[in-house]
Design a protein around this ligand. Structure first.
Ligand code: ZN
Length: 88
């Protein structure tokens, strides 16, 4: 079996697809509602996939452009990926 290429960890702060390099940055979030979005400055086009039978929340990510799926990583306060949330 060919091994799937390993991409850089994807978190909800990742701005670009590690595979097709498409920008995931959406439109700017208005300042007055920013606090509802964890103080992110822009919406993201990244798709969060939920698997209700496995986890209550986003389980992994999917690029809206190329369709590649990426594991979800935890991140620290600076947005650095720390550890993978789920095994394959
Ligand atoms: Zn992509």
């Amino acid at each position: 079996m060919p091994k799937k290429p390993t991409y850089a960890p994807v978190t909800n702060k990742t701005k670009r697809c590690p595979k097709c390099l498409t920008s995931w940055q959406g439109t700017k979030i208005p300042d007055d509602v920013k606090h509802h979005y964890g103080n992110h400055t822009h919406f993201s086009k990244l798709i969060g996939i939920e698997l209700p039978s496995v986890y209550d929340g986003i389980h992994h990510w999917k690029c809206p452009k190329c369709g590649e799926e990426f594991p979800r990583w935890m991140e620290d306060g600076k947005g650095n990926a720390t550890k993978r949330m789920f095994p394959d």
